[in-house]
Write a protein that binds this ligand. Sequence first.
Ligand SMILES: [Zn+2]
Length: 57
Amino acid sequence: MSTPISDRPKPPAPECPGNQVGPCRSCQHHTHRYGLGGNPLCVLCTRELEAWRAAQK
Ligand SMILES: [Zn+2]
């Protein structure tokens, strides 16, 4: 089970060339996914992951 995408906030639009934009691996919103500084997760999911990791210890 996972959180419905519609219940989640939208990350800000990526500020990178369009050819480096791709869907977030977790929420599918567009994010700076490829190239220099790219991340498979959007900023919101990255933040959630960091919060989750911090809560594991
Ligand atoms: Zn995301």
